[in-house]
Every structure is written in C-alpha cells, then in structure tokens.
Write a protein that binds this ligand. Structure first.
Ligand code: PXG
Length: 470
C-alpha cells in the first residue's frame, strides 16, 4: 500500500522542514532548531507515539484537552458524518445548523440552571475576548458605561490574543506586546507556597485564602467600585502551575463580587467537563459565575471549539434590551466542531467519567501523590480531581528554592521525556493532568515514571552541586 505523504518522511526530514518553515507557539526557535523538533505521529488511549516509534504516556492530555483520550471512534464518526452532510455553514444572518443548536441545548442541561445561553467561538482566547465585549456591553445597557475595568490575577492564563493575554497575568507576555490593554488590572494569586515568606507566613491555609480573596476588595476600592465591570479567574490556575486555592478563597470572592455588584467570570477552559471531579470547577469551589469560558475539553481537543456560557443576568439584558450585539466569528457554532462536541459530551456522560474522577481516579491520584512527599526535592504536592502539581525545592525543610538559572523544572521535564512521560514544568512546579479515561493501573505506571524522573533530577542536581548531598 502506498504511504500517505505524512507517513513518508524520516524524523530528520521533518525536523529540517520544520526548522525551515514552522513558527511554533511559545518557542525559542534557535534552541529548537539546534535540538530538532519532536514529531508526534499517533495516539491511542492515554499514549502517543513519536516518529521514532517511542511510546509516551501523555500525562498532560495534549494541552489539558484530550479528556476522553486518543482514538475514540464516536468522535471520529461524528466528525466524518457531519463533514459529509454539511462541513460548514455559519450562525450569522438568522441561520443555524443542527449541531450548533443541539450542542447549545445540551450545554444548557450540563451547566448550573442559570445558564441557558451559549456564544460559540473557535478557542478559549476568543471566548475570553467575547467575555470582555459581553461584560462591557452589559454595563452599557445597564446605564453604567463607566464600568469597564476587569480585574484578573497575576500568573493567570486566559489566552494569547491581545485581549486575552491582557486578562492573563503573565509578565513575560505583557512585556512583548505593549500589554495589558487599558482597563485591565491584576491582583495576587492564592498561592500559599509562593507567599510562604510573605503574607502567608504563620497563617493557616484557610486564613491565607481569606487574605488573598480580600486583595480583590482592596483593588475594587482602589479603582472605584463604580468603574469595575467584572472579575475573572480560573477556579484552579492551570498554566500558572495548578494552584489549588484554599477552601475559603472562592466563597469570599463570590461575596465580594455580590457586594459590589460586579460580574464574576469563571474561566473553565481547563477545569470544565470533569477535570475537577464535577462538570464545572465553579461547582467544585461553590461559586455562581455570570459568564463561564470553555474550550479544550468540549471536544476533547479533537477539533477546535470554544465559547462562553452566558448566565441569565447578562443574557436577559443582552436579549431584551440589546438589539444587535456587534460581535461574532466565522467559526462561531462550526457544525463539525459542534457535532464532535456533542458526541464528546455523550461519551463523557455514558462512561460516567465525571463521577469516576470525583470518586475514584481523582482520590487515587491524590493518594499516590502523597507518597512523593518524602522525596528529597519535593516541597509540596497539590491536586484537584485529575490535575496535580509537585513543587520542587532545593531543601524542603527550610523551603529554600533551587537557583532560577538551574532551571530545575526543565531538567525534570527532560528526564520525563527521556523516560516516556509527558509532564509539564511551570517554573519549579511539575504538572500532570492526564486524560479522564486514565485507569488506576495507568496512574500507577504514571507515578512510577514521575518518581523515576524525580530521582534522576535529584541525582543530576547532586552531581552538579545544586542540591545537598545525601
Ligand atoms: N483560558 C485558560 C484557563 C486556558 O488554560 C485559554 C484560556 C486559551 O485557550 P486557547 O484555546 O485560546 O489556547 C487557556 C489555554 C500551558 C498552556 O502550557 C495552557 C493553555 C494553552 C497553551 C498552553 O499550560 N491554556
């Protein structure tokens, strides 16, 4: 049988072509060209294979998205059928397609009851742009057009467009684009470890959670409550390092939003669709957001799709008083994406994946992580459902960090890759967020690979004199 063009070339040829032509996201291209790109060619379940035939356990679900794992026939079938029937039509100009409307209806049944409307986009970044438009439009229609300011958090990740990167709190991103755009401001993150020598010192987790939430109130008062439109946050910060907030944090944030009447936006791009053990992170943490961003897990990443759940408070004003909302994307409600999303949600429900994460695999992962606490370079472990972080540290008893220039997270990530495991490094925090279909036996395999990578990292750090000898 003749090979497809994608199967014809050896790794080196892909690497050369790639270095010559493809600009990658968040990548130092000179460093990549010197090393040669890794080519991933296929996936099945929780595993992917590279062009050298090496099997890798994908403990990051691609980029926090392949929740049902690779190779699910129901999704493949849904895409194929919809492509044959109608590969594209739009939702502009008073039209729709059955998959777009059916998925909107389905989402209304899977979200808290005050969500009955959806605005689709092509990605999480676009959905967060939509949120800014919606929040400001809402306040215009409410007769308070001066309410423009959106408060977000340091180290938040809300996407990469100019507006979404502004919402995000990544200093390195802001430095490269003249960001943030006006009227977006940031407060600190509820990250007890990062504040261990500062405000969190001597406080219980719960007490620190209240302190961190009150940074929102302080910022509202500083900006002027009459100018604040919304607060946006990820229930658990993902790309910022899987920062699981203290239990006191979100209820206090909700109280503050209610007190000043500001909209609460829950960015559920990572935490949606079962990642935390409930359908939505806001259900795990007890908030009642007005807008909710989703993407990634809606299609398990098989095709791009994002959107915003619009709560009744905003939807009612927009629909009854708003006239035309001057906003939309070519791919808002793309029929193939929506057909795959619909099939994906059916699969998650049929397989009971959300309950499984909450009652079985999530607690099992947490228990396995506990066993890492005795490791000489592990300072803390944190998890929520199937997202987890392992904080590396030079000397856990004193909390002394590794020197930044040693890039210990990247050292650990290299050992993971070499060992057949994808794990993400955020500074000195190692992250896992495996597909929700992962079994207990596969969690055992994953954790054995994690421990092995930690041991190799420790050995390398000791040999280099970065960590104290045994
Ligand atoms: N919100 C959140 C909470 C995200 O995690 C986005 C919005 C943007 O979605 P799009 O579809 O526009 O990428 C994200 C995306 C990482 C990493 O390295 C995380 C994301 C994207 C790329 C890399 O952890 N999250």
């Amino acid at each position: 049988m003749e090979l497809h063009p994608f199967e014809q070339h050896p790794t080196r040829e892909w690497q050369e072509a790639d270095a010559a032509h493809l600009l990658h996201p968040f990548t130092d291209h000179q460093a990549l060209a010197a090393k040669g790109v890794r080519v991933i060619t296929r996936g099945e379940g929780v595993y992917v294979w590279d062009s050298e035939g090496k099997r890798i356990l994908d403990a990051m679900s691609g980029l926090w998205c392949v929740n049902v794992g690779y190779g699910q026939e129901a999704l493949i079938e849904a895409a194929t059928r919809q492509m044959r029937t109608l590969p594209y039509y739009n939702a502009f100009f008073q039209t729709t397609t059955p998959p777009a409307t059916a998925l909107a209806q389905r989402l209304a049944t899977l979200t808290p009851p005050h969500f009955r409307h959806v605005f689709f986009s092509g990605s999480g970044s676009e959905a967060n742009d939509t949120n800014i438009r919606l929040a400001r439009r809402y306040w215009d229609l409410m007769g308070e057009p001066q309410r423009k300011v959106i408060i977000s958090r340091v180290n938040a990740y809300h996407g990469s467009t100019m507006a979404a990167a502004s919402l995000g709190g990544m200093a390195a991103m802001h430095a490269q684009g003249g960001l943030p755009i006006p009227d977006i401001v940031h407060i600190g993150q509820p990250h007890a470890w990062a504040h261990r020598e500062g405000v969190a010192k001597g406080l219980s987790r719960d007490a620190f959670g209240l302190v961190a939430a009150r940074w929102l109130e302080e910022k509202i008062l500083e900006v002027g409550p009459e100018r604040v439109a919304a607060f946006i946050g990820e229930p658990v910060q993902g790309a910022g390092g899987v920062i699981v907030p203290p239990a006191t944090y979100w209820p206090e944030i909700q109280r503050i939003c209610d007190r000043y009447g500001i909209l609460l936006i829950s960015d559920e791009v990572i935490t949606g669709f079962g990642r935390t053990g409930r359908w939505w992170g806001c259900e795990t943490f007890g908030t009642r957001p007005d807008l909710m961003t989703f993407a990634k897990g809606i299609t398990s990443g098989y095709v791009p799709l994002g959107g915003t759940m619009v709560g009744e408070r905003v939807a009612k004003v927009l629909i009854e008083r708003g006239g035309e909302f001057e906003h939309g994307y070519t791919y808002s409600g793309h029929p193939v994406a929506c057909a795959v999303g619909f099939a994906n949600l059916e699969l998650i429900a049929q397989q009971g994946l959300v309950d499984c994460v909450r009652e079985d695999t999530g607690p099992y992962l947490a228990q396995k992580l506990e066993a890492l606490r005795d490791h000489p370079i592990v300072a803390e472990v944190q998890s929520c459902g199937l997202m987890a972080a392992v904080q590396l540290c030079r000397h856990p008893p004193t909390g002394e960090a590794f020197a930044v220039e040693h890039g210990i997270g990247l050292v650990c990530r290299r050992h993971c890759f070499d060992n057949g495991l994808v794990m993400r490094a955020v500074g000195d925090r190692m992250i896992v967020a495996p597909p929700l279909v992962i079994t207990r036996a596969q969690i055992d395999d994953m954790m054995a690979l994690v421990r092995e990578a930690l041991d190799r990292t420790l050995a390398e750090a000791r040999a280099a004199g970065w960590a104290p000898a045994a």
